[in-house]
Design a binder for this molecule. Sequence first.
Ligand code: TGC
Ligand code: FAD
Length: 392
Amino acid sequence: MASDLFESPDYYQIDDLLSEEHKLVRNATRDWVKKEVSPIIEDYAQRAAFPDQLIKGLAEVGAFGPYIPEEYGGAGLDQISYGLMMQEIERGDSGVRSTCSVQSSLVMFPIYAYGSEEQKRKFLPKLASGEFLGSFGLTEPNFGSNPGGMITNYKDMGDHYVLNGAKMWISNAPFCDVAVVWAKNEEGRIHGLIVERGMEGFTTPETHNKWSLRASATGELVFDNVKVPKENLLPGRSGLGAPLSCLDSARYGIAWGALGAAMDCYDTALRYSKERLQFGKPIAGFQLQQKKLAEMITEITKAQLMVWRLGTLKNEGKATTAQISMAKRNSVEIALKIAREARQMLGGMGITGEYSIMRHMMNLESVVTYEGTHDIHLLITGADITGIQAFK
Ligand code: TGC
Ligand code: FAD
């Protein structure tokens, strides 16, 4: 990839809304991404390889559990800092951000929020330092948008549980050390279990041939009579609301993250269009190209204000599931549109790995599907404003 010249768009002086700490966190993450992610990511994406050498650095910048308290190894930051980190990391690559979302919001968060003190002390510091990588098993082959129908189940054998079933499309699965797995007990109630690599009957086959998130490893979690110690059950919450509350946290991070990908596409297209000459002048001087750029910066600015406000609500404990859904859906939608327009602005060069745009575009095709599809988020907004659910 060409060298990373990224300059962050800030058309409405949104930096003025950030604290010094927010800017410090944002800038440190941005510098790290420029130094460590940008130079290597295209090669890893082309080879569909997971860049595991980034794990240590991600832990060091605080991207594993940014808002988990320091006593458990987290960075103890607020929600805006968490969002800004996800923005900067996804500006580099959605797959790298995915690894952070899963680790922080889908593995550390449920252990922190619903785990016993022993579970927190045993797992959180190792997850924060990157010594352990986690995965989150909710989706099943026949239950994606409708996770409440899951058939993965466990039985109480007196001194342990026995877990059976399979999860599909699981980020980090092929190499995870621990998996937070959602399964039904004999009464059909959903609980979270911490499954550890090495438990007999637990396998994690990799999913190949993805055209999207190629630098993120995806796989299955298969449970064939896995003996799970009773102390590995998350005691603090049960029911579908437990995994869905983790999704709230991850979707919030994605609302910021997708915006980072949008910013990168806009910045690349703006720079390219000022340098590329056709018909004797820069293509940025043609009205059709200016329309594209003007619409991009308008959408980015609107989304920046939306996620900032959502972050302040989240800091105050007031952000609702529906507000988070709206922001996730909006950021991904504008990012995908911007990626497609930006790619066209680069002409033939836009389809090459010399520029990040096509990689972002392909990544975003996963982001628009995972953590709740575009349709599901629209239905969450619809249910919220009408009071009538249209899912079923
Ligand atoms: P519904 O009847 O609406 O709700 C069941 C219970 O859950 C409660 N609830 C929530 N609680 C906390 N947070 C939320 N966000 C909640 N949403 C609902 C609800 O109050 C109820 O509680 P109770 O006590 O009354 O039982 O459930 P439903 O079955 O009708 O489903 C609603 C729907 C469709 C919105 C939900 O199932 C949904 O969000 N589906 C999408 C599934 C999804 O997003 N899967 C993501 C899998 S993980 C992933 O993709 C990771 S990608 C990682 C990466 O690489 O970044
Ligand atoms: P389906 O639910 O079968 O949906 C198919 C289509 O039908 C979609 O367009 C959907 O919007 C539409 N649809 C479904 N229901 C309705 C309805 N009621 N009304 C209108 N339209 C509807 N899951 C995890 O648990 N952990 C992970 O770490 C994880 N990582 C992932 C990584 C990648 C790269 C991908 C692609 C997925 C990942 N997922 C993960 C799974 C992801 O959350 C699901 O793919 C997603 O929830 C959609 O489920 P599905 O693929 O089964 O699609």
